[in-house]
Design a protein around this ligand. Structure first.
Ligand SMILES: [Zn+2]
Length: 465
């Protein structure tokens, strides 16, 4: 959920408005968890001096699948305990309000509170099974990598002999990741050359790294050019089980009849009994993993059917749908369509109507995540032929007729041309002329659309979007 806040830049002191996220519900937005874990919450840029950083504003983290509510309440949230409690109460209330009645549970009223972001992140990681030792090891590895890159190559051998225990798969991937990132940077980066030099040094001098490097070379042809041939070839060559499993998951859609024919050819051409047995075991493993994944997608459909049932029975359809945003996916649409077809066939008018309502809410949610220009264009096309309605829409929303709007129109016209949709193209062309006319009119009044404001306990001016 986004709010707009007025903040002061910690560097130059100028004040500006920026969106802030205060309720983080990972069922609504699963990517938000990574933002929290990476410490990238509420990152903003000062328009005056260009400072980029995280705003230290309180937020409430909610994961309904684990009945987990965590409150981040930094000291900046209020000058005294009373103000801080008021900030906490406001966040809890707004989370409660966003949920339908039947999803408001007791644990939401007593969120665990953290005053530092670091302790909240550690708590989340612990729940995911990451231990303090894991974190310490990761920090030591990062430290070692930093030190190696600062040192002269001549010192590497000694440094590594003391810390050889830290050089493992995770260390190697971190090195490779850094190399890729710097390789993508503009121009030649001297650090990039040193990283490559270090990597080559490790491949030559560390047996563990050598094996890892050979394995990543082995799977390279498939990732560069994923098709049935490279998949079979790579699977047959790779002997490490976790690497095989990764390939099977990545190549799942390529595993059809032709794929298994190719694999069979390898089995038949095996040089000896041992190799044949190995390849047959590989084939069984592929079939097992495929079956597991198919079972998982069946389970997913069942979960979506449960969700659809919830939506059919709630009195707060929109709230319920919104709070399950990330679960309204392709699998959900599949279940919805299937039930609609069944209800139609059985002549169950009441159920049909309710299912259609769910479909409409879904449509609205999709529109809400679209840029407003696209929504306007969709409404305009729906009103095609109704001149009065089109004029009304264009007049009322003329502030949306900007560069982005005309770019969308261009790309739609291009698409219609390519697909030979002459009717669509004609509608777009006549719409374009009308839109150009209204785009050149002066904007009526921007002040009328400014949202209402309230002052939050932390001194931020908050207005709901
Ligand atoms: Zn600034």
């Amino acid at each position: 959920m986004l709010y707009e806040a007025k903040v002061n830049c910690p560097v130059c002191g100028s004040s500006f408005r920026t969106p802030v996220e205060q309720i983080i519900d990972v069922r609504v937005d699963p990517e938000a968890k990574q933002r929290v874990l990476g410490g990238n919450m509420n990152v903003t840029q000062c328009p005056a001096c260009g400072w980029v950083g995280s705003l230290n504003v309180p937020f409430l983290y909610h994961d309904p699948s684990q009945e987990l509510a965590l409150l981040y309440l930094p000291v900046e949230a209020g000058v005294n305990e009373q103000q801080r409690q008021a900030a906490a109460g406001r966040l809890t209330r707004s989370l409660m309000d966003s949920l339908p009645q039947e999803e408001r549970k007791g644990y939401l009223l007593q969120p665990e509170t953290f005053i530092s972001l670091d302790s909240l992140v550690r708590h989340l990681l612990k729940l995911d099974g990451v231990t303090d030792e894991d974190l310490e090891r990761q920090e030591s590895q990062q430290g070692l990598l930093r030190e190696l890159l600062q040192a002269e190559p001549g010192e590497w051998e000694l440094m590594l002999s003391e810390e050889s225990e830290l050089v493992d798969e995770a260390f190697f991937y971190q090195l490779q990741y850094l190399e890729q990132m710097l390789g993508l940077a503009e121009g030649a980066v001297p650090e990039g050359e040193k990283i490559t030099e270090l990597k080559e040094f490790l491949i030559e001098n560390n047996a563990r790294v050598k094996v890892l490097h050979e394995r990543s070379q082995l799977v390279q042809p498939f990732f560069e050019n994923p098709n049935r041939d490279t998949l079979v070839e790579t699977l047959v060559k790779v002997r490490n089980e976790s690497a095989q499993e990764m390939l099977i998951q990545q190549g799942l859609t390529l595993m059809d009849y032709a794929f298994f024919q190719k694999l069979l050819a390898y089995i038949e051409a095996a040089e000896n009994e041992e190799e044949r047995a190995r390849l047959q075991a590989l084939r069984r493993r592929i079939l097992d993993i495929r079956e597991e994944l198919a079972a998982a997608s069946q389970e997913l459909l069942e979960e979506r059917a449960v969700l659809l049932n919830k939506l059919l029975n709630t009195e707060e359809l929109m709230k319920m749908a919104r709070s399950h945003r990330s679960e309204l996916d392709e699998a959900f649409v599949y279940v919805l369509r299937a039930q609609l077809a069944k209800a139609t066939e059985e002549g169950n008018r009441q159920l049909q109507e309710r299912l259609n309502q769910v479909g409409e809410v879904l449509e609205q949610l999709v529109e809400q995540s679209m840029p407003p220009q696209v929504v306007l264009l969709r409404s305009l096309l729906a009103a095609s032929g109704n001149d009065a309605e089109m004029t009304r829409l264009l007049k009322e929303q003329s502030q949306l007729l900007d560069e982005a709007f005309f770019q969308f129109m261009d790309s739609m016209m291009e698409h219609a041309k390519q697909e030979g949709e002459s009717e669509m193209l004609a509608s777009l062309q006549s719409l374009l002329a009308k839109a150009r006319h209204f785009a050149s009119q002066p904007v009526a009044s921007a002040a009328a659309t400014s949202p209402s404001e309230t002052t939050s306990p932390s001194g931020l001016i908050i207005s709901k979007r």
